[in-house]
Design a protein around this ligand. Sequence first.
Ligand SMILES: Nc1ncnc2c1ncn2[C@@H]1O[C@H](COP(=O)(O)OP(=O)(O)OP(=O)(O)O)[C@@H](O)[C@H]1O
Ligand SMILES: [Mg+2]
Length: 378
Amino acid sequence: MSVSAELSEQLLRLTLDALPVYLLLLDAAGGIIFANAAWTRFTRAVGLCTPHAGVGEDYFALCETLPGCDARAFRTAAASIRDVLHGRRESCSSEFSCETGEGRSWYELHARRVETKGRPLLVVTHLDITARKQAKENAIRQHAELAHIARVATAGEIMAGVAHELNQPLTAISNYAQGCVTRLRDGVAAGELTGALSQIMRLAQKSGDIIRRTRNMARKSPPRRSTLNVNDLVHEVLQILHHELVAHGVTVHIQLAEDLPSVFGDAVQVHQVLTNLVLNAIAAVKQMDHAQRELHVTSHARRRSVEVSVIDSGPGFAETPDKLFEPFHTTKPDGLGMGLTISRSIVEAHGGTMRAERAADRTAFRFWLPIQGGAAGV
Ligand SMILES: Nc1ncnc2c1ncn2[C@@H]1O[C@H](COP(=O)(O)OP(=O)(O)OP(=O)(O)O)[C@@H](O)[C@H]1O
Ligand SMILES: [Mg+2]
């Protein structure tokens, strides 16, 4: 080897060893033929009992023995890496995690095929993305906490209405029970009270439902996604806010698409979006004469999304629509100005979009959520 070739090999080795990413070179059978210093340090740190940091061993088998290796994620990654190795694709990247001395660490795996003298080789890098992952998880947690605080505030706001709403079934229960007692005293056969007792059961159930719905709103639940029918959530929100709507003389028109496709989302959060929009609509129409207080809630199936519109006959807004979604923007003396900010961020976290529109005598807030299993987009 000439001096300059030797020097350039040394430089190359120094450069590869200086890289913070773990870099490996695999042969066509998946055997490790080269590993840089970062990988060597990593194998020591995780206590991997292998000589020469795994050089000469099978890369795939070795990774599966990493402590706490997320085997399922690694097998998916390994399948893509083998595809690259066999020339079925140029490159691939995926994520997997394992236990290190400092807890669980996350890595982004990249693989690229190169050829030397007609021989295929694979350059594999492991990039530590733990800090990025943790920052994202913290952001999600903080978002969920903020959303929870806002829900508790909203639940407090509507509590008087809920108490009023409960009053009606409780009074009816009391009346039915009183009637049963009187009739029993009058010597009526117990069997004849079945109708009244069934009513008591139904009303008690109804009261329980009202309490459950309000508790769900204030409950601190970790974000949990499931298959949702948005129409059901619309009905539930309008039931919770029934008292507010009646108390302010709002005429409600509901037009929901039949056979609306499901979306995959967090019921508590989508519920929160609808509640915010309906409460804003009530606040808007309150400024109009009684005869002009209207609320329309509609749902439509679009090509790839479900569209929900909350439209009111209020005075509208003078700002640009996007201004309304800015944090702490409020025109209400007791408003926080966070309702729309949180609503839009919830919708966007679900892969959807939200917009405000002002037409002649209508204010519309619309949002789109991707259909379950479909790609995002309207
Ligand atoms: N339906 C609507 N019609 C007219 N203006 C609206 C409507 N909805 C919202 N706005 C305007 O957007 C502002 C921001 O709404 P947002 O829901 O974010 O906050 P808020 O209702 O003021 O307070 P809160 O945080 O309690 O919800 C409102 O103060 C109001 O000026
Ligand atoms: Mg609001």
